[in-house]
Design a protein around this ligand. Sequence first.
Ligand SMILES: [Ca+2]
Length: 477
Amino acid sequence: MTTLHFTTEIAGVSRAVMSTVLAALVACCASQATSVARANEPAAPAGQARPPSFVILFADDLGYGDLGCYGHPTIRTPHLDRMAGEGMRLTQFYSAAPVCTPSRAALLPGRLPIRSGMSGGTPRRVLYPNSPGGLPASEITLAELLKERGYKTACIGKWHLGCLREHLPMRHGFDEWFGIPYSNDMKPTPLMRGEQVLEEPAVQETLTRRYTEEAVRFIEQNRAAPFLLYLAYTFPHVPLFASDEFRGRSPRGLYGDVVEELDASVGRILQALRDTGLADNTLVVFTSDNGPWLVKKLDGGSAGLLREGKGSTWEGGMRVPGIFWWPGKIRPAVRLDVASTLDLLPTLARLAGASVPTDRVLDGMDISRLLLEGAPLADRPFFYYHESDLFAVRKGPWKIHTMTQVTYREKTPTRHDPPLLFHLERDPSEQFNVAADHPDVVADLLQEMERHRQTVEPVPCQLEPRDDEASRWLRQR
Ligand SMILES: [Ca+2]
C-alpha cells in the first residue's frame, strides 16, 4: 500500500507543478533539437564497424586508498586489481566534487555543478528526500548524447539528482533505471524500477547483488547494439550492508566486506563482457564519487596517503581511484596524468562519434588519446569547489588553497591569505606549504581562479529548500 501511495503521490506532485515541468520540458526539447543537429556532424572513428559500448562503475564514498591496487593492505580486490593490471590505472584522477549530489551532477553533463545550480551550501550540501530541486532538464547528459547515436542506456543504482518524477533518470536520457533515488542513509529509501517503487524501504543487504544481476542482464540483452551502462553503487556509503556471502569475511571488517562485494560485482560484469564477446569493444571505467567519509571511523574508508576525505577540498576529498579497461585498445599502464570525471563526457562522446554541445561551457576534455595511444595530457587547471565556493585550484604539480574546510569537522571555513601552496607530486599529503618560495606560482594560480570565475554565470540553486506545493508535500511524507 505504501508503494502505491508513493507512486501516485509523486505523479500528483508532478501535475501540481506542471507549469514548471512544462517550462523545463520546452527547454529540454529545444536543447535536444539543437544537439541532434550537431550530433550528425562527425563520423565514427575510422575502421570501426560499430561504436564502442561504455560501462561506468561509480562507487559511493570509496577512498583513494581502499583498493588493493591502490595500496590497501587488508581489503582484497582481485577483480579490480586485474582490471587495473589489464588496463590503465590513473594515480591522479579526480571526482569533480567532494560530496554525492554535485559529483554526479558533474559527471553526467560534464560540467561543474556550479553551472547547473547543483552545488549547495550549509546546511544543504546535497539533495534530500524532501528536496524539490534536481538536475535541470536543460542540462545535456552523457546518456542523452549517446542516445542520439543509437545507444541503449541504463542507469542502475543511486541517482541523487532529484527525486520528483521530472528529475528521475528516465527524464535525463536513460531507457531504464533500477535503483534508489538518494543516499541509503536518507529515510525512506525506496527501491525503484523506472518510475515505480518496487520496495520501501529497500532491502539493503541485497542491493549490490541485485544491481549486478541487472547489469549482467542489460549487457546480455544488448549484445547487438552499443550501450551505456551507468552503475552507481549504493556502497560503501554508510550505513554499510553486505550480503550473507560476503558478511564477516574481510580482515578489514564490515567496510572490507562491502568493498569486497563491490569487487566481486565488478568481476561478474567484466566476465559478462568477455562471455558475450563484447569486451574488446567496450570501455569500462571504475571510479568513486568522492573520498572516504572519515568521521564514520571504522565504517568509513581510507584516502591512503592523501589528506582528509569526503566533504573537503584537500586531496583525500576528491582524488579517487580511476581505472580504464578496454582489452586490445587500452594498453596496461600506470599513469600520473591529471584527469577527472568531467572528462568522461567529452571522451566517450568522441569515441562514440558524437559531438558535444557547443552552446555552453564544458569543464572537461577528451582524453581518448591518453587512453588509446598513451599521449600525455597537457597541463590545465582543475578546480576544487567546496559547496558553491571555489576553494582551490591545481595546475601541473601545483595546488593552492585560498580556503579550507573539512565539512564534517569544521563549522566554518578558514581563509588563507596568502594562499597555501603545495607541490602535489613531491608532497602528495599536502604537508609542506611552500608559498613563500614560489610567489610567481601562487600569482599564476590565483589568476587561473579569477579567469575561471569569469566563466561562471549565476543560476538558481537546486539544493535550497523552497516553499512551493511540491516541497510542502515532500516535507509531509
Ligand atoms: Ca558519495
